[in-house]
Design a protein around this ligand. Structure first.
Ligand SMILES: [Zn+2]
Length: 284
């Protein structure tokens, strides 16, 4: 793996792999609904780490915010492990990652108050108590009642290569989508908190397997904004991931953004973000 400005052990590598695979796959055309044309809707996105939302769907998030939708971001983990710096500690890294995520999402138009932190430790999501994890995500869905939900793809192919937090976030979110429909799952949410059951109408999964991607958003108009937003996650890239520094040298920043431009999936000469579109928890 070429070192360059490449991110550490998870999210950036996932993004790069996706870009490589999509570039060589045949593209399927998506459904009739145009996600990027939605206006005045409520959008709820679940992300395993504070950056997968930006790498996987940052351009789409910017378009949704631009169209006056209410975008909410739920971050499963605090991302407190991914540094090679021997002087770093988890508490400090979690603070850094949170600030970077808030700055990154702010560039995309998402206010800080719309970011919910579930607070699980990085890499440990599969070992979290699962009923609690699903119950928490279910409560968020029932409270926010999104017109559209975005999440990491739990698709079949995806399991074979992705890392633990991504698998768990993907499966847990779709489990919560199912649970949210039926009030007898976690009935205390209705009886004690007044949260009514809710059926999520539409789902777009980011980080789809190339052969399963069926929906593409043209992000040309916000691509540079996306790359700038991603660059706010400075601790995820070299050299900061090796020896933390809160800023970029101009040379390192240019290198990182050039790589982002190169790796961003493209279709017919346009920057795109790829999704798998689904309308329910029973997906065929
Ligand atoms: Zn990640």
């Amino acid at each position: 793996m070429a070192p360059s400005a490449r991110k550490r052990f998870c999210c950036w590598n996932a993004f790069v792999l996706l870009g490589t695979l999509l570039a060589t796959s045949s593209f399927l055309h998506g459904q009739q609904t145009r996600l990027e044309d939605l206006r005045d809707k409520t959008i709820l996105l679940f992300t395993p780490h504070p950056d997968d939302d930006v790498f996987g769907a940052g351009g789409t998030i910017a378009l949704l915010n631009r169209n006056h939708n209410k975008v909410y971001i739920v971050v499963y983990t605090n991302d407190d492990k991914g540094s090679y710096d021997p002087d770093m500690n988890s508490q400090r890294l979690a603070r850094i990652r949170r600030a970077e995520q808030e700055a990154s999402e702010a560039m995309l138009g998402t206010p800080k108050d719309n970011i919910f932190w579930m607070g699980y430790d990085d890499g440990m999501l599969e070992y979290a108590p699962q009923p609690k994890l699903t119950e928490e995500a279910t409560a968020i869905i029932r409270r926010i009642r999104p017109d559209v939900l975005l999440s990491v793809d739990p698709g079949e192919w995806y399991e074979r290569w992705h890392k633990s937090d991504h698998r768990m976030a993907a499966f847990n979110t779709i489990d919560a989508v199912r649970a949210a429909e039926f009030w007898l799952y976690f009935p205390n949410q209705k009886l004690q908190q007044g949260l009514q059951p809710y059926k999520v109408p539409e789902i777009y999964f980011f980080y789809p397997a190339p052969q399963e991607a069926n929906y593409f958003v043209n992000i040309d108009s916000v691509a540079e904004l996306k790359f700038d937003a991603a660059a706010k996650q400075v601790s995820q890239f070299e050299p900061s991931v090796n020896k933390y520094r809160p800023d970029w040298t101009p040379e390192d920043l240019k290198k990182a953004k050039d790589e982002m431009r190169q790796q961003q999936p493209k279709k017919d000469g346009h920057y795109v973000e790829a999704f798998r579109y689904a309308t329910g928890f029973n997906q065929f």
